[in-house]
Design a protein around this ligand. Structure first.
Ligand SMILES: Cc1cc2nc3c(=O)[nH]c(=O)nc-3n(C[C@H](O)[C@H](O)[C@H](O)COP(=O)(O)OP(=O)(O)OC[C@H]3O[C@@H](n4cnc5c(N)ncnc54)[C@H](O)[C@@H]3O)c2cc1C
Length: 425
């Protein structure tokens, strides 16, 4: 690849804040909410026009892992409870289970999440891409944003990278691991005449099976409208991500036009829409003061700097593969190696590949976001770096906000052990 020199230049300082949060997914939302509630002047910056990350952009609405899979154990609290209580009276919780898990209405989250931020005093700036960190004396002190009006700067005492891909930490020079996991693009199919399809399948079972199998073969084993996974996509490479998204469309339409032509019931089927964002499961993970391992989760290890105690565990795509866990996420996983002024929250915290399969769930992302928000506010209050935040105070403030930190799991009941695991789809 050839190179070209870009001219630098002065940038307008759009804002000077205590806490800048980059990315408004579960982690960034929770971080900004808590930091603002604790009195820090907070700005949340999001590249799209709505908040919620994968929860709204890819319709990941199942908030799973609130408990430990036993149905009787304690439940995660904090921002996750505040959000549920906020949406429930509006009809925004569409399903719950005995473990405290809930399914939410993504459109109501977009609306009410912004209201919650506003009430907490946090400012939100959408349609702005957080690009490079501002680095002063080895510490991150805000970031440059790319907007339609040009490149601007936001100065901050503490910056929280909740971009899911560790964009800021990476550009600040933090060592990162980058391993992929499957990506998925959601399609909404309409116009299938199911009565006609059923009648055809009943009268011609073998032919129907054969035709549906042919269609599935064109779309990676799934009928159009059913989710499937594309492997080995480096989601930090725009060309690879573009090709993945196009591939989902190409295969879906190939199967759809085959079905429209050959299978009664599908004549008027069409794709009503695809979800706004391609679903990304894993990418960069920072190297922090501690790297949480899969063994730490499976063996329910506790840490003196635990900022969340959780019981969910994802085995492949099945949640609660090992019920009865109660592991800690240490604060050090949020603090990047060798960088001051910066915290990382969400799926890009410091964990090994297998542990991250669990840490990327919505509940851990909220939990690390909430802890980062509290830690940032405390660092600002005491005029220290996030690394120096006093753990006792951090844990105390989290507890005061309803985050349970010291429970141990009850052994799962025979009934819970038999329970069908939820699928991460
Ligand atoms: C298909 C699929 C199904 C899943 N199913 C489940 C499930 O059933 N249950 C479950 O618990 N979890 C599930 N997950 C996992 C979960 O949804 C995500 O891991 C979680 O949302 C990650 O949260 P996050 O805050 O770290 O990042 P994200 O949700 O990805 O949010 C990151 C936010 O940052 C913004 N952003 C990124 N870069 C920048 C930038 N440079 N500048 C400004 N803004 C930026 C993004 O636009 C986004 O809003 C699923 C994931 C996928 C993809």
């Amino acid at each position: 690849m050839s190179e070209i020199l870009e001219s630098g230049g002065k940038r307008q300082v759009l804002a000077e804040v205590d806490v800048l949060v980059a990315g408004s997914g579960p982690a960034g939302f929770a971080a900004a909410l808590r930091a603002a509630q604790l009195g820090a002047k907070t700005l949340l910056v999001e590249r799209f026009g709505y908040i919620g990350g994968m929860m709204t952009g890819a319709h990941v609405v199942a908030v799973l892992g609130m408990g430990d899979g036993s149905k009787t154990g304690p439940k995660v609290g904090g921002v996750l409870t505040e959000l549920r209580d906020r949406l429930e009276p509006l009809g925004g919780i569409t399903r719950t289970n005995a473990d405290g898990d809930y399914w939410l209405d993504p459109e109501l989250f977009k609306w009410q999440g912004v209201e919650m931020l506003r009430e907490a005093g946090a400012d939100l700036l959408g349609h702005a891409l957080v690009c490079d960190p501002i680095i002063e004396n080895g510490a991150v002190r805000g970031a440059f944003l790319e907007t339609k009006q040009g490149r601007v700067a936001v100065r901050a005492k503490v910056t929280i990278d909740a971009t899911a891909d560790a964009d800021l930490a990476f550009r600040a020079g933090c060592a990162c691991d980058n391993q992929t996991h499957d990506v998925t693009l959601g399609f909404r199919l309409v116009g299938v005449d199911s009565a006609r399809l059923e009648a055809f399948s009943k009268e011609n079972p073998e032919q129907a099976e054969q035709l549906l199998a042919e269609a599935k073969a064109m779309n990676n084993g799934r009928l159009p409208g059913q989710g499937w996974y594309l492997k080995e996509v480096d989601v930090t490479d725009p060309a690879a991500l573009t090709e993945a998204e196009n591939r989902f469309r190409r295969d879906c339409y190939a199967a759809l036009y085959f079905l429209r032509k050959n299978v009664p019931g599908y004549e008027n089927a069409r794709v009503a829409d695809t979800l706004p964002q391609i679903g990304v499961r894993q990418s960069r993970r920072i190297r922090g003061g501690y790297t949480l391992t899969d063994a730490d989760l499976r063996e329910s290890r506790h840490f003196p700097d635990g900022i969340a105690r959780l019981g969910s565990y994802l085995l492949g795509y099945a949640l609660y593969g090992v019920p009865g866990l109660h592991y800690d996420i240490p604060y050090r996983c949020l603090v990047p190696e060798g960088l001051e002024g910066l915290l990382v929250a969400g799926r890009c915290i410091s964990g090994d590949y297998l542990a991250t399969n669990t840490l990327r769930l919505i509940v851990p992302c909220f939990a690390t976001g909430e802890a980062a928000g509290v830690a940032a506010a405390l660092a600002v209050r005491h005029g220290t770096e996030p690394r120096q935040v006093e753990i006792g105070e951090l844990r105390r403030v989290l507890s005061q906000h309803g985050v349970p930190l010291d429970w141990v799991s009850v052994p799962p009941s025979a009934e819970a052990k038999k329970a069908t695991p939820f699928m991460d789809e």
